[in-house]
Design a protein around this ligand. Structure first.
Ligand SMILES: *[C@@H]1O[C@H](CO)[C@@H](O)[C@H](O)[C@H]1NC(C)=O
Length: 219
């Protein structure tokens, strides 16, 4: 009789193990099917052209000039017909956050926008296209030719740069923008993964239980 009983226990536990494994797999599959997919309307200049989304370009900045100078069949030239050029930044930012236009800006300005928006609302609202519209020339400070101030500024600025003070200041003033440049992941649910050892602990203990039950039944 005890022998039969232990067979029952083993079969029962085996079924339970199967059930747990099945449930784990089913939940993983469900999570994969249900998890929201974020569809980005464009991520390159060509996709932006195809999307026909209006692009705000600050009037007379370097991008505006480059667009005007580029031939109509170049990527920037193709963007021209759907672009609006003006200097009403407030309106442009409103439209941008309302989702009705895309806007171009130097990356520092974008970083600052993301930082400010996140600091005020705790949310990220912007997506930054991966492809650069324009390789910006480094910013400079203008001096009259032969100015004695220039060498002094050169030394000061390269010092600030080398000691990491410039990047420290930048990080200090725009630290929250990094919240918005993290890769897109789902919060709360861990990423989909294959089963690892930790998932089997429950099952191992089941087997340990079987062993004990066996010994018990043999008493
Ligand atoms: C960053 O965001 C948090 C929460 O939105 C805010 O409390 C904090 O002041 C922000 N940090 C800076 C440096 O503005």
């Amino acid at each position: 009789m005890p022998k039969r009983w232990s067979v029952h226990v083993v079969v029962g536990l085996w079924m339970l193990t199967g059930f747990i494994l099945g449930t784990t797999y089913r939940s993983n599959l469900k999570a994969m099917l249900i998890s929201p997919r974020i569809v980005i309307p464009f991520n390159t200049i060509q996709e932006l052209v195809n999307s026909k989304i209006t692009l705000f370009v600050p009037d007379s900045n370097s991008l505006h000039q480059a667009m005007m100078a580029s031939s109509p069949d170049s990527p920037l030239g193709k963007l021209r017909p759907q672009s609006v050029f003006h200097q009403d930044y407030i309106q442009a930012i409103k439209d941008l956050f309302a989702g009705s236009i895309a806007a171009s800006s130097p990356s520092l300005v974008t970083t600052n926008l993301e930082h400010t928006y996140f600091s005020q609302t705790g949310r990220c609202q912007l997506y930054i296209m991966s492809e650069n519209l324009l390789q910006m020339p480094p910013l400079g400070i203008g001096f009259p030719k032969g100015s004695p101030l220039k060498p002094k500024f050169d030394i000061a600025i390269s010092g600030l740069k080398e000691f990491g003070i410039l990047s420290h200041i930048l990080h200090k003033w725009t630290s929250n923008s990094t919240e918005c440049t993290k890769p897109i992941t789902q919060k709360g649910t861990p990423a989909l993964r294959s089963l690892d050892l930790g998932d089997f602990y429950g099952i191992f203990s089941l087997y340990a239980g079987v062993d004990e039950a066996d010994q018990l039944s043999n008493l």
